[in-house]
Design a protein around this ligand. Structure first.
Ligand code: AMP
Ligand code: ZN
Length: 466
């Protein structure tokens, strides 16, 4: 299995750090708005990467954060006269609604920076203690000159960066070097704040991912992923922070998706040329959006257009019709068919599919393999194959579609978050039995703040994400 590693600019064989396990971290969105189709690309692409590893038998721990402290969230809260927490809670819920619609599996954990402040501060402290960071008037900066390998991911040379930056006028006198970046910024009125050894304030953006990856996955992880706009400075800075603090390599493989474009320009919130997933989902089913994203190679630019969406809808329809027809066929098929059946023929499609996916997750070719399987199945239905053979076709068809997430699974695997929710529900049930209604209510409130609604029924408690 080969994947393209941005760190080496080469396709490399995948070798896990620990046999049978994949630890991966994907940078998540900053939550002040609905996600747009561009943001949906890393969601869908890296979910598919995860599914393929799982298909291959790996045990995957998948972490995706929500950035819930940020200038843009604070601004939105001030504009709306609400709080940062209210804004971020609302858009986390909306992002998860879209992710569910796109059939993106929940991450093992979805940490939020507001809930990880001790780890974030702890890591900044380590960097200061080790001499990689310095404080100036309540601001803590990372000293990029102290990290010899600064620039190794983006292939930028520190001296050139320094030269380029020095030409700009907005020089920040408080920094030692123009390339230094903020780890902690001091409190300003109207902003949220936390206590720290450098006074009240809040963290910079880059440090949260280093701190969360360490907490949930350890010092060295297998895969770190995100959109290609994150290579510099975000991922470069994550490497500088994590490797300096932990004294170990951070991530073995760096994966980056290309952009979704509109009229040959990157779709982005700041440029205003974006469509939210929610808007497009009003015109096309969510699953067509997923299918559209997987129709291109994840590293290539992908142009968004309604014509392309329409042709994807037609293509997906063919695959879904095959599913419906095959189900019907199996329900009515004779036990023994009339044609010579060769199971090896089905295996050919699996080989073709895996060959595509093993080549740096070439989902476009993997979809081509599924189309060929569809043609094969449709032909066999006409030729009156046996029920057993049709069932074998169905098994393969479902297995391959599930890797791409284009045929919803019957049963979703439980995430650690689900287990935590069920544990809270059990505690609440116990509290009610013990007549400790205050505790029961406070657990219900906690669940509700997590976006979980519970319903007491005669057959126990049901819960769902609202
Ligand atoms: P943001 O909320 O802007 O930090 O973006 C969240 C994720 O979406 C990051 O991994 C970005 O790299 C990715 N992203 C943003 N815009 C696009 C785009 N037009 N195409 C593909 N990925 C994007
Ligand atoms: Zn990140």
């Amino acid at each position: 299995m080969k994947l393209y590693n941005t760190l080496t600019r080469k396709k490399e064989d995948f070798e896990p750090i620990e046999e049978g396990k994949v630890r991966m971290y994907v940078c998540g969105p900053t939550v002040y708005n609905y996600i747009h189709i561009g943001n949906a690309r890393p969601y869908v692409v890296f979910d598919t990467v995860r599914r393929y590893f799982e298909y291959k038998g790996y045990d995957v721990t998948y972490i995706q954060n929500f950035t819930d402290v940020d200038d843009k969230i604070i601004k939105k809260a001030n504009d709306e006269n609400s709080s940062m927490k209210e804004v971020s809670n609302r858009f986390i819920k909306e992002a998860l609604t879209d992710a569910d619609g796109l059939n993106v599996k929940r991450a093992t954990h979805h940490p939020r920076v507001t809930e990880e402040m001790n780890n974030v501060i702890g890591m900044i402290k380590t960097l200061v203690d080790k001499g990689y960071a310095y404080e100036n008037d309540g601001t803590v900066y990372y000293d990029t000159k102290k990290f010899d390998e600064y620039g190794k991911l983006s292939k930028k040379n520190l001296d050139e960066l320094l030269e380029g930056a020095s030409e700009r006028v907005d020089k920040d006198e408080a920094k030692k070097n123009t390339t230094d970046f903020v780890l902690w910024k001091p409190y300003k009125p109207g902003e949220p704040k936390w206590d720290s050894p450098w006074g009240e304030g809040r963290p910079g953006w880059h440090i949260e991912c280093s701190a969360m990856a360490k907490k949930y996955l350890g010092d060295t992880i297998d895969i770190h992923a995100g959109g290609e706009d994150l290579i510099f400075p975000h991922h470069e800075n994550e490497i500088a922070q994590s490797e300096a603090a932990n004294g170990k390599p951070f991530a073995k493989y760096w994966l980056h998706n290309g952009f979704i474009m509109i009229d040959n320009e990157k779709m982005s919130k700041s440029a205003g040329n974006f469509f939210t997933v929610r808007e497009i989902a009003a015109e096309f089913p969510y699953e067509v959006i997923r299918f559209f994203i997987l129709n291109g190679h994840y590293r290539s630019p992908l142009n968004f257009s309604r014509e392309l969406m329409q042709s994807c809808q037609n293509g997906l329809e063919r695959i879904k019709n095959c599913n419906t027809d095959l189900k019907h066929y199996i329900n009515n098929a004779p036990e023994n068919g009339t044609v010579d059946e060769n199971t090896e023929e089905i295996t050919q499609f699996v080989i073709q599919f895996e060959k595509a996916m093993d080549d740096d997750f070439n989902t476009a070719d993997a979809i081509a393999a599924i189309y060929e399987l569809v043609r094969f199945i449709n032909k066999n239905n006409k030729n009156n194959v046996s029920k057993q053979f049709a069932q074998k076709e169905m098994d393969v068809f479902e297995k391959l579609c599930n890797v791409l997430g284009i045929n919803k699974e019957k049963e979703e695997t439980k995430s650690d978050d689900d287990e935590a929710i069920e544990k809270l529900i059990a505690e609440r049930t116990q509290a009610k039995k013990d007549k400790d209604f205050a505790k029961a209510d406070s657990i219900r409130d906690k669940l509700s703040s997590m976006g979980i609604t519970i319903k007491d029924t005669r057959h126990g408690v049901q819960w769902f994400r609202s």
